[in-house]
Design a protein around this ligand. Structure first.
Ligand SMILES: C[S@@+](CC[C@H](N)C(=O)[O-])C[C@H]1O[C@@H](n2cnc3c(N)ncnc32)[C@H](O)[C@@H]1O
Length: 184
């Protein structure tokens, strides 16, 4: 290896970089999709949460206003820049949520610790959604509930995701993985 050779970032490192860069514009961009594509989706997902709630890949915390007032909120997020906005949002709402940096594929949380696990619009960006779902199952209490939402376009229709996502397109299949298989 020569001194000019570059090391490929891992898919997770790439995601972190992408979301750190797009964090400041995320709320404005996603608001368009909320209005036109998944109207009421956040409310539907969050209002069903009960007890000890974990939101995986909490982003800028756009679901926080919709959780019932009596739940105990924990959130994990890969991108420090997204997380900083989520913390500001929680403070503005007066919500005492425990929001911390973490990788959905390796949750630093105990087994069966949550009654509800939520993951919104993120399985399509997490490098290994299967690993993340496995972790969500591990931390969910036996009688707990898990709610996920993800994006997909109608069959044959090309969709345009928010620019923070590195997907070029998405199909009608429920989940697609996004990280590039090779370096740019
Ligand atoms: C489209 S945004 C959705 C954010 C938020 N859930 C929402 O509903 O607005 C995708 C989020 O997934 C996060 N993410 C991607 N890979 C992750 C991982 N391995 N662990 C935790 N978060 C991850 C990104 O940093 C980003 O905040």
């Amino acid at each position: 290896m020569t001194s000019s050779a570059k090391t490929c970032p891992t898919p997770t490192a790439r995601q972190k970089r992408v979301w750190d860069k797009s964090a400041s514009g995320y709320d404005k961009q996603i608001a368009f999709f909320e209005k036109n594509w998944f109207t009421g989706g956040r409310e539907w997902l969050a209002e069903r949460a009960r007890g000890r709630v974990l939101e995986v890949a909490v982003g800028t915390g756009r679901n926080l206003p919709h959780y019932p007032a009596d739940v105990t909120g924990t959130g994990t997020e890969l991108s420090p820049a997204m997380l900083a906005i989520a913390r500001q949002r929680a403070a503005g709402l007066g919500r005492n949520a425990d929001l911390h940096e973490g990788d959905a594929e390796h949750l630093p949380l105990g087994d069966s610790a949550f009654d509800t696990v939520v993951c919104a619009l993120s399985l399509c960006t997490i490098p290994s959604p299967a690993a993340a779902v496995g972790e969500m199952r591990r931390v969910l209490a036996p009688a707990g509930a898990c709610g996920c939402s993800t994006t997909s376009a109608a069959p044959g229709r090309r969709s345009t995701p928010p620019s923070g996502s590195s997907n070029a397109s998405r199909s009608a299949r429920p989940v697609s993985t996004s990280p590039a298989a090779s370096c740019p």
